[in-house]
Design a protein around this ligand. Structure first.
Ligand code: HEC
Ligand code: HEC
Length: 317
């Protein structure tokens, strides 16, 4: 194609303007600050290497930005990822977490890695070295398992807790009024009649949990319509102490809590289409100090946004 002089002039002008805009934006937008490292994550070298390579760019105060990360507009996105990433998990301030919280963060991290939510997929595309192999995940799993709370065989404290709880439940005379969380969601006793769709063991804190689904949830699983889940779905996650006998058999001990996620994309639009509620102890004490307590739930479920904010991969019957 032959361009006449006028067209060439216009094109050259456009290229010049775009170049100037491109250079101009390099000086605008958010800038990433790197606060000091107060207490770095400590772990065996094999574990530390994996975490450093795959997670530190967004979850530490020492991101290793490549030149192509530093060019706006990509840089703005990188800076925002680091800002958001650090908010929930920062390996550079690791020692500010209590040991139990450190274990919980690692457990949560493993969940998100296994679920494919972390490291962020678009980042992985551009930084292939951050991708975790099956054996990397194996190393992390083994390490997190090594931190597990050892069950004490025949743990009298746990057995007594269960006995006490059973007595208390028996002593309840009238059926209790259904407790209500601050966002208006009531305790739903019927979950005990629902189908178990998955179970998990939290080896970091010695509890076991079962996830139940109501009829709508079970139908959605059978029809493979779980992304998004249909309105009317309710998932209930229940946690108990884990009690181990002398031969290593594990059974459920005292009841800890039940949590619900109720799907209604209009009613709960402000919390990603799910109504969240948690009730603790057999007295079913609603969790949360203010009406916005569910922000906490949403934030931790956020990395599962591509999976309708649900972690569980249901077992198909
Ligand atoms: C490219 C940036 C990036 C990388 C790399 C990355 N993350 Fe994230 N991570 C985020 C962002 C952003 C969030 C905030 C939630 C969201 O928007 O998805 C987050 C959230 C999390 C959370 C939830 C924190 C909370 O409690 O609020 C965990 C856990 C997590 N990431 C673990 C990891 C692990 C483990 C790795 C490495 C295997 C990793 N991430 C790699 C950006 C990243
Ligand atoms: C620290 C992170 C974190 C926070 C905070 C959190 N969740 Fe979850 N939630 C998880 C993980 C991880 C799972 C996967 C199930 C498991 O392994 O226990 C889960 C699973 C669930 C499930 C079963 C469905 C699913 O997504 O797999 C429900 C219901 C649930 N959470 C409700 C809540 C409610 C209600 C709150 C707030 C009161 C909340 N969660 C806060 C991490 C979190």
């Amino acid at each position: 194609m032959k361009l006449d002089f006028e067209t060439k002039k216009v094109l050259a002008g456009m290229v010049a303007i775009l170049t100037m805009v491109f250079i101009g934006i390099q000086f605008t937008g958010p800038k990433l600050e790197n606060p000091i490292i107060t207490g770095d994550f400590q772990a065996p070298p094999a574990v530390k290497d994996i975490v450093r390579r795959s997670c530190y760019d967004c979850h530490s105060n020492e991101p290793n930005l490549r030149w192509y990360d530093k060019v706006a507009p990509a840089y703005w996105r990188v800076a925002e990822h680091v800002r958001q990433g650090r908010k929930g998990l920062n390996f550079s301030t690791w020692d500010s977490l209590a040991p139990a919280d450190q274990k919980a963060k690692l457990w949560e991290s493993l969940n998100q890695i296994v679920a494919g939510a972390m490291p962020l997929k678009d980042y992985e595309l551009v930084h292939p070295s951050a991708k975790l192999s099956g054996s990397d995940i194996g190393v992390l799993k083994k390490y997190i398992r090594s931190l597990r709370v050892r069950n004490i065989p025949g743990d009298t404290a746990k057995i007594n807790a269960l006995a006490k709880q059973t007595m208390q439940v028996k002593a309840l005379k009238a059926p209790m009024d259904l407790p209500k969380a601050l966002n208006g969601i009531s305790y739903i006793p019927d979950y005990k009649n629902w189908e178990a769709v998955s179970s998990t063991e939290r080896y970091d804190n010695g509890t076991m949990r079962i996830i139940f689904g109501n009829d709508v949830a079970v139908k959605a699983i059978q029809e493979e319509h779980t992304n998004p889940w249909p309105n009317g779905t309710i998932l209930a996650k229940v946690a108990w102490d884990e009690v181990e006998d002398k031969s290593g058999n594990v059974s459920s001990g005292a009841f800890k809590q039940v949590e619900y996620m109720i799907k209604d994309d209009k009613k709960y639009a402000s919390t990603k289409g799910w109504g969240f509620a948690r009730f603790k102890t057999p007295a079913m004490v609603p969790y949360g100090k203010t009406e916005t307590f569910a922000t906490e739930c949403v934030n931790c479920h956020q990395p599962m946004s591509a999976n309708d904010f649900v972690f569980t991969t249901p077992i198909k019957h």
